[in-house]
Design a protein around this ligand. Structure first.
Ligand code: ATR
Length: 273
């Protein structure tokens, strides 16, 4: 049976094994999928040992996504630009690194019938989570993507890194410079929700046609989505669908089969409430 696993630290909380086992059941794929705790100074050895013992692929979560990038023999453009790898495949003695987070987000938005083409998008945050989604978003041909961050220099750095892919559609600013903005889609890629906070953007950024997305998810709406709802956003969506979407893309890379996202999402949502 082909073996897969997810590396992280901590790892107990990871839902990836449940998601991938459900995908495997529904697509009749015979695979094993486990979780493995690793350490920063052991990660590379652990990955190589897993592949040497016949492992076919691995997901990588915090804090190992940058290390996974460095140990990959080959990388996709989206992984290179994200500077992070969440999906490793082992084929003919070589490690292939990819990043499926961004496509997971895009597919979740599309599943919710959110139109990205020609839209005006605001991304909040300029850390790893933001960087990971920019290329797949640009590929949907929005008219403009603004990256706003508390530390403006980090947003400017990302704009510069994506220069040759962005067709001058990417702009950087601080939250204070958003006063006159109206956006079709606002994506919270900051980690503020994890500490019960949300980025201090002007309420005028949200209109009754704005869709607000938070990459974080939980049993209750995140602080950002609660606030967005109070400001009259058309729709608020949390990141559970992105989690399942990135897993579906990894599964497809490994097994060349598209699993059904909807049923797994329904089960996870029910387990959380
Ligand atoms: P991740 O990998 O989750 O993106 P990260 O690389 O540490 O984590 O980035 C965290 C992001 O959340 C950053 O953009 C950070 O802003 P700064 O670059 O100014 O630090 C943002 N962030 C965290 N807490 C925030 C808060 N309370 N308000 C606004 N932005 C916040």
């Amino acid at each position: 049976m082909d073996k897969y696993l997810v590396f992280g630290n901590p790892i107990k909380q990871s839902r990836s094994p449940n998601i991938h086992r459900a995908f495997a059941d529904s697509t009749n794929q015979l695979i094993e999928y486990d979780r493995q705790l690793s350490q920063v100074d052991q990660f590379e050895n652990d990955v190589k040992a897993f592949f040497a013992q016949g492992g076919k692929g691995a997901n990588v979560t915090a804090p190992f996504k940058e290390q996974a990038l460095l140990l990959s023999d080959k990388l996709t453009d989206r992984a290179k630009l994200a500077e992070a790898v969440n999906t490793l495949s082992y084929i003919d003695g070589k490690i292939y690194g990819d990043n499926t987070d961004g496509i997971g987000l895009v597919q979740d938005l599309l599943r919710h019938n959110v139109v990205l083409k020609s839209s005006n998008i605001l991304i909040l945050g300029a850390g790893g989570a933001a960087k990971g989604v920019i290329l797949p978003i640009l590929e949907q041909e929005p008219v403009r993507v603004v990256i706003a961050n508390r530390t403006v220099s980090k947003a400017e750095k990302i704009c510069h890194q994506f220069d040759s892919f962005s067709d001058k559609k990417l702009h950087a600013c601080g939250f204070d410079n958003l006063q006159d903005g109206r956006f079709d889609i606002i994506i919270n890629a900051t980690s503020a929700s994890l500490s019960g906070q949300f980025p201090a953007i002007p309420s005028s950024n949200i209109t009754d046609s704005t869709v607000c997305y938070d990459m974080v998810y939980g049993a209750t709406l995140t602080p950002f989505l609660q606030w967005a709802e109070q400001q009259g956003a058309a729709k608020v969506i949390d990141g559970l669908g992105m989690l399942v979407g990135q897993a579906a893309e990894s599964f497809n890379i490994w097994r060349k089969v598209n699993p059904d996202v909807e049923s797994v999402l329904k089960t996870l949502r029910a387990e959380m409430s």
